[in-house]
Design a protein around this ligand. Structure first.
Ligand SMILES: C=CC1=C(C)c2cc3[nH]c(cc4nc(cc5[nH]c(cc1n2)c(C)c5CCC(=O)O)C(CCC(=O)O)=C4C)c(C)c3C=C
Ligand code: FE2
Ligand code: FE2
Length: 342
């Protein structure tokens, strides 16, 4: 068998010129301990996600974490699971469907859109192989993480390259590394905040809570922390809010090491103690609501704030399948579609 995978000679020319692959993290197939074990094993074995020396980490992962965490996480997933499945999957599919419609209106069958998950199904490998079978010569990959981070966007790149490096005929490949400062992303966030304020009033403090990561990643050169700060700065400018209107924090700490600070839960306690009674919280690093927003932010952290003396706590949804979000995706990918599709 040949070392490189070719496509059939009959598709040297194809009607489909460009393929857009939207990706997200992935999620368990069911809210059960066994599904969680499969998901966490793949996720936490990725050296981009955990940078502890391999052998030591594999012993900790298999000896401790995969024995305890699946059961605990399954309970949390049960609290957010919907009839259609895991929110992350359902919402990512809804966004993909909207983007597909926008693309089809403009480019008909010349440009196709698909969704893949970094861990689990639908896999990046199956989506890319499907593109190859269709004879696509221009592939655009947009990981739906606004702020570049090694464990998310970097890891997605690894997965894409692992597949394409085995192809005989390498297509044009455009990989979107980050869109943390894209004007339409900032505008969509601002629209969503303004809609919230129109309904519930301006909070005493607006909290921007980003998914955290070990501080060591920042110290080793990962730009995620700086990109989060830039998103915050641009959003506050767009909203015309002042410095004492908001705070920024990092959530979802995992393990014992120091993560990016300040931590969201500690920040919420401090705000309640200093007399901020009404807060609204948003998590700009998530393109789709998921366990980390629906359970941790909307539920667990709400209790933390109210128990510390706060009175009103609102979670503002991720951009999900809002129209301004799908329009943003269209704008980002369009510049790589090029002129040869018309
Ligand atoms: C172990 C280290 C982790 C790093 C580093 C990390 C970075 C990181 N993650 C996201 C986005 C998501 N993470 C989600 C869940 C999740 N994340 C970790 C660990 C790390 N993340 C774990 C163990 C889990 C699983 C849930 C749990 O058991 O607690 C999700 C939600 C998935 C879902 O199914 O809903 C997202 C999305 C970003 C953006 C990021 C780095 C910046
Ligand atoms: Fe995570
Ligand atoms: Fe969490």
């Amino acid at each position: 068998m040949s070392r490189y995978l070719g496509r059939n000679k009959s598709v040297h020319k194809s009607n489909v010129k460009t393929a857009i692959l939207l990706t997200n993290l992935g999620t368990p197939v069911a809210p059960t301990a066994s599904a969680l074990r499969t998901y966490l094993k793949e996720f936490l074995s990725d050296p981009r996600v955990v940078e502890i020396p391999r052998l030591v980490w594999l012993i900790i992962l298999h000896g401790i974490i995969l024995r305890i965490r699946p059961k605990k996480s399954a309970k949390l997933y049960q609290s957010i699971w919907t009839e259609q499945g895991s929110p992350l999957m359902v919402i990512s599919q809804a966004l993909m469907a909207k983007v597909s419609r926008l693309i089809a209106e403009k480019y008909q069958e010349r440009v196709i859109v698909d969704l893949a998950m970094r861990y689990g199904e639908p896999s990046i490998e199956s989506a890319l192989n499907h593109f190859q079978k269709q004879g696509v010569q221009n592939i655009i990959v947009l990981p739906l993480y606004p702020q570049y981070a090694g464990p998310t966007t970097g890891s997605t790149f690894d997965a894409v390259v692992k597949v394409i490096q085995r192809w005989r005929w390498i297509p044009s490949l455009h990989f979107v590394s980050s869109y943390h400062d894209h004007p339409m992303y900032i505008k969509a966030l601002a629209n969503s905040v303004n809609e919230h304020v129109a309904k519930f009033g301006k909070p005493d403090k607006f909290v921007l809570s980003y998914h955290g990561m070990p501080k060591l990643f920042l110290d080793s050169g990962d730009p995620y922390y700086c990109f989060c700060h830039k998103t915050t700065r641009l959003l506050m400018t767009e909203l015309e809010w002042q410095e004492d209107d908001y705070v920024m924090s990092f959530q979802s700490r995992f393990g014992k090491a120091e993560w990016l600070k300040p931590y969201t839960d500690e920040t919420l306690v401090r705000l309640a103690q200093q007399g901020d009674k009404h807060i609204a919280i948003i998590s700009p690093a998530f393109s789709a609501d998921c366990l980390e927003t629906l359970e941790e932010l909307a539920h667990e952290n709400k209790e933390t704030f109210l128990n510390a003396g706060g009175e009103k706590y609102y979670y503002i949804d991720a951009l999900n399948d809002r129209d301004d979000h799908s329009q943003m995706v269209l704008d980002i990918v369009e510049k790589y579609i090029g002129g040869n599709e018309n």
